[in-house]
Design a protein around this ligand. Structure first.
Ligand SMILES: [Zn+2]
Length: 430
């Protein structure tokens, strides 16, 4: 299998080099997903689940897109379909096809991009360079209430930038981490839209939201991975730091935080796995930089929200275990319900489920949300998984950016109002 893969790579490189004489190399080198399919597979027993997940460990032909407590979503290469069908038969599980050709969705996204105007906006997905240039503009237009900051540099040496929005001193602090997973483009699109609303909206509720909190927003944390998704592989998830023990590149940064790191099977020690936790906690410059920055402002921070996609969920700690729940679990659920109810009341009627991360999904250790809760005393901490529920998955068409962002805005208004009611927005240290 490995030899075959190596030959395929050599063949791919050889053909790309020949073709590059006649075609633009950056287009030719992009990873393609022609006829790759995404299946939703329901399982009832732990054995069924294990058989299916084993496919992703052994074969590069299967990639896990999402896993719930009773189902998983797998992307399957065309040549692996017979093995996939055989595995389904043996494990007596049923599958439904959600996406019949992943490349079609990527092509449609590119077409929407070329049709949209050059101006920064939310009718297409923006590159890191465009987001950086837009941040500079925003900082210049609103110099009194904004402050740009750099939390550190990525493995490839890029600045990891953020923006603080503060209308007055003494406000409770809200931190938003976004695009830690490279392919989840809807997260930075939503974060930038939110920044724009906080600064420019004239709606009373939004003005109150903006002016009664101090906002710390990092629109793209995994900058190297994000650039890689734009230039090479739309479906890249991890960081881009090479491994000392494997040819596989990158770490799942949302398994790399130093809180119950690698406990309870909540991450993988295999560098080729999509949930590889890294050689040690905070091995990635991106997570280390974020943690140092958050630790430096922890006495000002009341709320942590990590933006992800997809599956429309609000996930509270704990991720590392479902055998215990946090001491303020009931409050966390009450606040999550407020978010979910408000989003559902919008005309889109979008449903968000909520629960603890390990309870509603599966153990995931070393996440931002758990780390902020356990190690930084941020007692309202969530991972939000945005749209959709699988028809587009990570390749959510740009037409959904604004509806998704509107949902995030009203959801966060309710989340903060409910947190305030429960006493979580008081100054933490006096
Ligand atoms: Zn994610």
């Amino acid at each position: 299998m490995r030899l075959y893969a190596l030959c395929a790579v050599i063949f791919f490189v050889a053909t790309t080099n020949a073709a590059s004489l006649f075609q633009k190399p950056e287009i030719e080198q992009k990873v393609r997903y022609d006829n790759y399919k995404v299946f939703k597979i329901k399982y009832e027993t732990a054995m069924q689940r294990q058989k299916l997940l084993d496919l992703t460990k052994i074969y590069q032909s299967f990639r896990l897109w999402h896993e719930d407590s009773s189902e998983c979503y797998l992307m399957v290469t065309p040549n692996a379909l017979p093995l996939f069908e055989e595995t389904l038969k043996i494990s007596n599980a049923s599958a439904e096809i959600l996406i019949s050709n992943v490349q079609d969705l990527i092509d449609q996204e590119n077409e929407a991009d070329t049709r949209a105007s050059d101006k920064f906006g939310w009718t297409r997905y923006n590159s890191l360079a465009e987001i950086d240039a837009w941040l500079d503009e925003i900082l210049a237009v609103y110099p009194v209430v904004t402050e740009g900051f750099v939390i550190g540099k990525s493995y490839e040496g890029r600045d990891i930038r953020g923006i603080k929005i503060s209308y007055k001193s003494g406000n409770p602090g809200v931190f938003i981490e976004s695009n830690i997973h490279a392919r989840e483009w809807i997260t930075s699109a939503t974060a930038t839209w939110l920044i724009n609303e906080l600064l420019s909206s004239s709606d009373d509720l939004v003005r109150d939201l903006a002016e009664s909190h101090d906002w710390y927003i990092v629109p793209v944390l995994n900058v190297d991975g994000f650039v890689y998704t734009h230039e090479k592989d739309r479906l890249w998830r991890k960081t881009r730091q090479p491994s000392n023990i494997s040819q596989c590149i990158g770490v799942d940064p949302n398994r790399n935080y130093d809180s119950h790191w690698m406990e309870n099977g909540g991450a993988s020690s295999d560098p080729c796995n999509e949930a590889y936790a890294g050689p040690y906690a905070f091995s990635e410059p991106e997570t280390k930089a974020l943690s140092d920055f958050v630790a430096s402002i922890k006495d000002k921070l009341n709320i942590m929200i990590a933006f992800h996609s997809y599956s429309q969920l609000l996930l509270s700690p704990y991720g590392h275990t479902k055998d215990e729940v946090p001491e303020n679990y009931d409050d966390l659920m009450q606040v999550a319900k407020a978010y979910s109810d408000t989003v559902k009341d919008l005309p889109y009627g979008t449903v968000y489920r909520y629960g603890s991360s390990a309870g509603i999904l599966y153990p995931a250790s070393g996440t931002t949300s758990d780390w902020a809760y356990n190690e930084q005393d941020v007692k309202i901490s969530y991972t939000i998984e945005f749209r959709d529920t699988g028809n587009f998955g990570f390749v959510l068409p740009p037409a959904f950016i604004i509806p998704n962002a509107e949902e995030a805005l009203v959801g966060i208004i309710s989340l903060l109002a409910e947190s305030k009611k429960l006493g979580y927005l008081e100054p933490k240290y006096i």
